[in-house]
Design a protein. Structure first.
Length: 186
């Protein structure tokens, strides 16, 4: 069990903070978009109550210390444009996974790179982590580009790891070590 002392991060343009019930409509907008969900591990949401359940689970997991999921809010407008999470913490091996999504209108602005950089600075400095992993569909070029920009290393291909709405998908597996992050040019 991992307790999170810091759950709010700010950058030049963004504020990351725990999800609240008021974020349901904004999250639904993101997760009901088939283009956003094209390479996600489940089908697009069809009902607002899926957003409510997602937020309830995130709130419980945050309190239990098993997942750090935050809303990504544009500081200037207060609009929630996506979410970012560290999850599947493995205490013995000091690793976890990262997951993220932005609404389509927020793509191509560097928001995710900015949000993940802030979270990784925090994660490697304050949490007992040695390694962070990402599981990406190899057709998801935008996500792989974002990971490469952050210094994640493409470590291999896991074949037919997912079956989403009947579609069999591979995983491009990425890893980032604390030593990679610390050595990264700023
Ligand atoms: C994955 C995802 C978050 C990437 O979004 P993105 O907008 O491409 O990524 P970033 O926020 O880091 O933006 C980077 C782009 O913004 C551009 N950009 C514009 N202004 C910028 C700025 N001030 N700083 C940095 N980059 C900037 C960059 O040039 C870059 O474009 P490029 O990749 O064509 O070179 C997005 O495609 C998404 O949410 N997809 C759906 C959900 C998903 O697949 N999640 C991942 C599952 S593994």
């Amino acid at each position: 069990m991992q307790m999170f002392e810091t759950t709010t991060f700010t950058t030049e343009r963004l504020r990351m903070r725990p999800l609240t019930a008021l974020d349901a409509a904004a999250l639904f907008e993101v997760f009901s978009d088939p283009e956003v969900m094209r390479y996600w591990s489940c089908a697009p949401w069809t009902e607002l109550k899926q957003a409510d359940e997602y937020i309830d689970n995130a709130t419980q997991d945050l309190a239990a210390g098993s997942m750090l999921r935050v809303a990504i809010e544009v500081a200037a407008s207060g609009k929630v444009v996506g979410q970012l999470a560290l999850h599947h913490f493995d205490e013995q091996n000091r690793r976890c996974e990262i997951g993220y999504a932005l609404g389509r209108a927020a793509w191509g602005k560097g928001y995710m790179t900015e949000a993940i950089t802030s979270m990784l600075d925090h994660a490697f400095a304050e949490l007992p982590l040695n390694r962070i992993e990402a599981d990406v569909d190899p057709r998801n070029a935008a996500s792989m580009q974002a990971l490469a920009r952050l210094g994640f290393v493409h470590e291999g291909l896991l074949r037919e790891r997912w079956i989403v709405a009947g579609e069999v998908c591979d995983t491009a597996f990425y890893g980032l070590l604390k030593s990679d992050w610390d050595a990264r040019p700023r």
